[in-house]
Design a protein around this ligand. Structure first.
Ligand SMILES: [Zn+2]
Length: 642
């Protein structure tokens, strides 16, 4: 009770703050360089200008300019590009400086400066480079359709190439090749593609020494970009390396150890050399099984189903090649479920690993490959599919009741998935609050409410601070035969003012904002989004799309309603859909709730408050309850009508 009063008073204080200080959300944060939504321009320092004169010109302080540009002193030099935050009318600014810099360009510009710094620092370590690389990667994952995305991808490729050359890191060369190819495939209209071709051709010429591949690439490049300046650079017999100033520096600080011949040979082989099958992991249930095969690098595969005879059971086999079996993988995994009796793994021949699934009876299956980390996923589908086809033949009424039972009356088990965990903290708020802790707290509260109020069984994908791969989470729900799957997350945005609640269901999308959130949530597994879009188009057939959408609508509505009682400023961002890896393959209505922006200082503060989390759990619970009721109602309605 005491707590309740304390809470009430705090709430009232906070509400008053809002009513009387409507500019609160727009208030200047203490560190302007972190306020990504302020508009910035580049100012190029001209002759005779000082930091003071520039500050006066833009009506900002000298210390602000120093902070935006990480300057240690007031010294500026002619030609130096400075970032300046501006508050003047847009038109006036454009008159003065030409162009306004977008958020992404500003971030990119900052990363470029960091890049230059590392290049000129001979002590820069591999870790320093990898850190910068992940920042570029983050930029293009967050804004895949921005002007800076192809530039950032090119940069990650160039950094990998740099790591290979300076740290003799063979794996980095393969990664560089992969990034250049990714750029060529996905951003064919950007000018960065030309440099990607140029670099790739040089790699095959000088590092891998694969003449055929080099020739093919040259032909392809010339056909696509006949006027590119890189064509003439390639044609000059003498290797041209100083395309850009930065590269000249790169050359200067390059360590003197050349890559040895043996190293080069190794790379040539590694292009086709066997990859390692690292793990074969079955997740099984009564009428669903998923087998996850982890492979060290890109691979090919072929799958087949065998009917079996009186001596041998039906089985599915998958050949993975070129691949060798890691010694740690167990050769036989015994399983006792309705679908599988066992999984056997063996080195079939020199370059092929064969995985055999022994089946109880013939069953349909889905197979799909994921990248980074490379995985092959096998989903076995048991009775449900048969039930469905039976339902099709049955009368319309029976079908309807069957569906209602399946989706409504039969809701006995819910799986709640607290996002992230363990080594993956999820998004982190400005004061350090971690998404993984918030999601676990909400999930536990929600579980309790559902158990006590609806009397249904609730299973959490994790009960503690533990890492669980994204691809395993829907498998848990499927194997437990859950009737609903609720994944809980908090949102994040580079714009610290972004706030509000949104609920997602699985589908492919063209909405850049939804793509951004999906990239954010999928980042832990590093799959490329375009791959995922294709994958989802292929497997969507078995996904409960309209039920998921309905569930998302009820949860979103009730959650916002609940929060609005105490926080009337809560923004309803609506129901959306996007390719979330954590929802791929779910066989029940499945949603992902983004319960506020942890990147927004005010919402982060609220997310630290247990009472606020209780309200979120309450809202989601009510949404689920109403969803279940609506199904019961529609069945009663149908019964009365017929
Ligand atoms: Zn998340």
């Amino acid at each position: 009770m005491k707590n309740f009063w304390k809470f009430l008073i705090l709430t009232i204080v906070e509400l008053c703050f809002f009513v009387f200080n409507p500019t609160n959300l727009l208030a200047e944060p203490s560190n302007p360089s972190k306020n990504l939504s302020q508009e910035y321009i580049y100012h190029t320092v001209k002759k005779g200008e000082t930091l003071g004169s520039i500050a006066r010109r833009y009506r900002v302080s000298e210390s602000e300019i120093r902070r935006w540009n990480n300057l240690r002193s007031n010294k500026v030099y002619i030609g130096q590009k400075l970032i300046v935050g501006v508050k003047e009318a847009k038109e006036e600014r454009i008159k003065k400086e030409g162009a306004v810099v977008s958020d992404t360009e500003r971030i990119f510009f900052e990363l470029e400066r960091e890049y230059e710094k590392l290049l000129s620092n001979p002590q820069a370590t591999k870790t320093d480079w990898l850190k910068l690389l992940s920042e570029y990667r983050r930029l293009y994952l967050l804004y895949p359709s921005s002007y800076t995305a192809p530039k950032a991808i090119l940069k990650t490729a160039n950094i990998y190439l740099h790591l290979y050359k300076n740290f003799s890191d063979l794996e980095s060369l393969n990664k560089a090749i992969e990034r250049y190819n990714y750029l060529i495939k996905n951003y064919s209209r950007s000018s960065e593609v030309e440099e990607a071709y140029y670099r790739l051709i040089l790699i095959y010429k000088e590092e891998i020494k694969d003449k055929e591949k080099e020739k093919n690439l040259r032909v392809e490049f010339k056909a696509k970009y006949p006027k590119s300046i890189y064509i003439s650079k390639l044609e000059e017999k003498v290797e041209v390396k100083d395309i850009k100033k930065t590269e000249r520096k790169e050359k200067e600080i390059k360590t003197k150890e050349p890559v040895t011949e043996t190293a080069k040979e190794k790379i040539a082989i590694s292009d086709v050399s066997p990859k390692k099958v690292l793990e074969v992991q079955p997740v099984t249930g009564e009428d669903y099984s998923r087998v996850i095969i982890n492979v060290s690098d890109n691979f090919e595969y072929q799958a087949n189903i065998l009917k079996g005879d009186k001596d041998r059971p039906p089985r599915i086999y998958v050949d993975i090649y070129p691949a060798i079996l890691d010694s740690k993988v167990s050769k036989e995994i015994e399983i006792k479920d309705a679908l599988l009796t066992g999984v056997r793994v063996a080195q079939f021949d020199e370059k092929t690993v064969r995985v055999v699934l022994d089946l109880n009876s013939l069953t349909s299956y889905k197979i799909f490959k994921l990248r980074e980390p490379y995985q092959l996923i096998l989903d076995l589908i048991g009775k449900e599919k048969i039930q469905k086809s039976v339902a099709k033949e049955a009368s319309k009424k029976e079908e309807y009741i069957n569906l209602a039972r399946q989706f409504g009356l039969g809701i006995k088990r819910v799986v709640i998935d607290p996002g992230h965990g363990g080594e993956d903290p999820g998004a982190v708020g400005p004061s350090g609050l971690k998404e993984k802790d918030v999601t676990l707290a909400i999930a536990k509260m929600l579980a309790q409410k559902l158990r006590s109020r609806l009397g249904i069984e609730v299973i959490l994908t994790r009960e503690e601070d533990k890492f669980i791969p994204l691809i395993q989470r829907p498998a848990i729900a499927n194997s437990k035969k859950a009737d609903l799957f609720i994944s809980i997350h908090t949102n994040a945005s580079p714009d610290s003012k972004s706030c509000g609640i949104e609920t997602y269901y699985l589908n492919f999308t063209t909405d850049p904002e939804a793509m951004r959130v999906a990239a954010l949530e999928n980042a832990a597994s590093d799959k490329s989004l375009s791959d995922l879009q294709d994958l989802i188009k292929a497997i969507l057939v078995n996904t409960k799309l309209s039920e998921s959408k309905m569930l998302a609508e009820k949860v979103q509505e009730e959650l916002v309603k609940e929060l609005n009682k105490y926080y009337p400023d809560t923004i309803n961002r609506g129901v959306k859909y996007a390719p979330f890896l954590v929802l791929v393959g779910t066989r029940m209505p499945a949603i992902l709730v983004e319960a506020g922006f942890i990147s927004n200082p005010l919402e982060e503060k609220r997310l630290k408050d247990q009472q606020y989390l209780e309200m979120i759990a309450e809202g989601i619970a009510k949404g689920i309850e109403i969803y279940i009721q609506s199904l019961k109602f529609s069945q009663t309605y149908y019964d009365k009508r017929s």
